[in-house]
Design a protein around this ligand. Structure first.
Ligand code: FAD
Ligand code: NAI
Length: 508
């Protein structure tokens, strides 16, 4: 009897789950009618479609403003799973969410322009935008006025002016970067196996060098070694003796922002995976076939070494985008800021009243992570919703005060007075919103061979853990954070596909 009931309950919950998912998909595919944007309302321009901006747009009540979004990327990218796209563990479209689908579900319509913002004219409240895509219409450059502006343009790749990086290296920030890396890995493999290739050239072509031992470099190195162990070794056995991954880091250890025991665990795991780590090694120059790196030898002497490579992935962190640099140069209060737009505790760009900044382009004393950007975006949405409510209440209060003054009898006057009191109370509540406070949930990183490391904020402090269990936690955490049900299903299907059939070794 117990078994029968268990079976019935399981059956009902499966049916319930399917109906719920089906309804979600139906709703997603049939958006409701939208209210037209209201030009009489304040124009809120949002730059970017990354973690910060999309998190703001998700929670923003778009009926309160005339909202315009400008970004050269018409999709949101779930960056934490981008390293998995470089080897085909996950297909890139599984972690992209079209911005059009998402905006179409907002109550009031939002305008979207696929363009780069090339200049922000702070004095004249105007941005200049440029459509840089291949297809050109009658115009590809124009201007957009704003009352309020949110800058969420992220950051670009830091090269520290090291010669040859841009020309010869691959970055890992956008979908195009991951596609380029995937193609290059297979190009190196196929070229290395070309008839009569010299042994030195085979060695060079199969040497995969990653510069930067931060989370991006570490995760990519782990994914690449997995690709070799699980797939390449099997399908192209002749490369097995020469395929080699090296991670080069200027500091004494990798993952400097993680706990000491997780750093040791990662370094030990890499050793077992045969990924070579070269710490205290600073890359100074990059040519087409080798990098020049400086290290200190056993005698304490600085030495310059040439390291040949087939693939070079450059992951040395963030740098300012030109549009942000230019805005900073227009505002005297930003003169001492170096790494990004200095903001106050309400994320207002210092020295301005109507410009806010979120994510990697803002400096608010937090690490440039998706977690910070998403929380900042959600905070701004709450702030803007409250601001709109405040304005609404203040207008209502003003008209009630006039009505009270003009009231013909005591009853109407008392009635207006009671309403005013009530509104004043609501206004105080609305205005009492505190400043932005970041709540750190923890840091996670995949380190290869189905292992991950995690520094998790716990009730009593910090929990630092690494291994296979952490890897399952890593997977479930990122799965739950995916943008949409569609993304989640696609990622699960990709993981299953990789498990069953292995990764695709064809070169696109
Ligand atoms: P982004 O998400 O980079 O978005 C910037 C947006 O601005 C983009 O839409 C871009 O197209 C647009 N844009 C650029 N220039 C202009 C312009 N001139 N005008 C208009 N729009 C413009 N963080 C974590 O917390 N956990 C992780 O696991 C993690 N993994 C990562 C893995 C990788 C490979 C990378 C590269 C980063 C990872 N991060 C992670 C960091 C995280 O992705 C960033 O901190 C986050 O994306 C910052 O969000 P953002 O909104 O500031 O910028
Ligand atoms: P990073 O700034 O975290 O690390 C870059 C590393 O490159 C540094 O350790 C630096 O010492 C090294 N470096 C710089 N110049 C060098 C040179 N010339 N030669 C050798 N080494 C050099 O950059 P990363 O990994 O791109 O991350 C950027 C941001 O995104 C960080 O805030 C990070 O926390 C976040 N992120 C988080 C992830 C996660 O939580 N899993 C994954 C990826 C990124």
């Amino acid at each position: 009897r117990f078994l029968r009931w268990t079976w019935r309950l399981t059956y009902l919950s499966v049916i319930g789950g399917l109906v719920y998912t089906g309804y979600g998909i139906y709703q997603n595919r049939t958006p409701a009618e939208q209210v037209d944007p209201d030009p009489s309302k304040k124009t809120l321009v949002v730059l970017g479609t990354g973690w910060g901006s999309v998190s703001l747009l998700k929670k923003l009540d778009t009926e309160n403003y005339n909202v315009i979004v400008v970004s050269p990327r018409n999709y949101f990218l779930f960056t934490p799973l981008l390293p998995s796209c470089t080897t085909g563990t996950i297909e890139h479209r599984s972690i992209m969410e079209p911005i059009r689908n998402f905006l179409r579900h907002k109550k009031a319509a939002v305008k979207y322009y696929e363009a780069d913002c090339t200049k922000i004219d702070y004095e004249n409240k105007m941005i200049y935008i440029n459509d840089d895509s291949e297809i050109k219409g009658s115009t590809s450059a124009t201007e957009v006025p704003f009352d309020m502006l949110v800058v969420g343009v992220g950051a670009e790749n830091a090269t520290f002016g090291i010669p040859g990086v841009r020309e010869n290296g691959c970055f890992l920030k956008e979908v195009g970067d991951a596609q380029k890396i995937r193609k290059r890995i297979m190009d190196c493999v196929e070229t290395a196996t070309f008839k009569d290739q010299s042994p030195e050239e085979v060695k060079r072509l199969l040497h995969m060098v990653v510069v930067g031992g931060g989370p991006t470099g570490v995760e990519f190195a782990g994914e690449l070694q997995d690709f070799f162990e699980n797939d390449l070794r099997k399908w192209v056995p002749e490369i097995a003796d020469n395929f080699h991954v090296t991670l080069v880091e200027a500091l004494p250890n990798v993952l400097p922002s993680f706990s000491k025991n997780l750093i040791d665990y990662t370094e030990q795991t890499f050793k077992e995976e045969t990924i070579e780590i070269r710490t205290k090694t600073m890359v100074k120059n990059v040519t087409e076939k080798y990098i020049e790196a400086q290290y200190t030898d056993a005698q304490g002497q600085k030495q310059l070494e040439q390291i040949p490579y087939g693939l070079l992935v450059w992951a040395t962190g963030n740098a300012l985008r030109p549009v942000v640099k230019d805005l900073m140069s227009q505002i005297p209060a930003q003169k001492d800021s170096r790494r990004g737009l200095a903001v106050n505790e309400y994320l207002v760009v210092k020295g301005t009243e109507n410009i806010w900044a979120v994510g990697d382009c803002a400096i608010a004393n937090y690490a440039p992570t998706a977690q910070v950007a998403a929380q900042e975006g959600a905070f701004l949405a709450r702030l803007f919703n409250q601001m709109a409510k405040t304005e609404e209440i203040e207008t209502e209060l003003a008209s009630l005060s006039i009505a009270q003054e003009k009231a013909a009898n005591k009853e109407t006057r008392d009635d207006a007075f009671a309403k005013i009191k009530d509104l004043q109370k609501r206004l105080r509540r609305v205005k009492s919103m505190g400043p932005f406070e970041y709540s750190h949930q923890g840091s996670l990183a995949y380190i290869g061979s189905e292992k991950a490391v995690a520094d998790i904020s716990w009730l009593t402090g910090n929990l630092a853990t690494g291994g296979q269990l952490t890897y399952f936690f890593w997977r479930s955490a990122y799965l739950s954070m995916c943008f949409s049900t569609r993304n989640r299903i696609l990622v699960i299907m990709d993981w299953m596909k990789t498990q069953v059939f292995g990764r695709d070794v064809s070169r696109e």
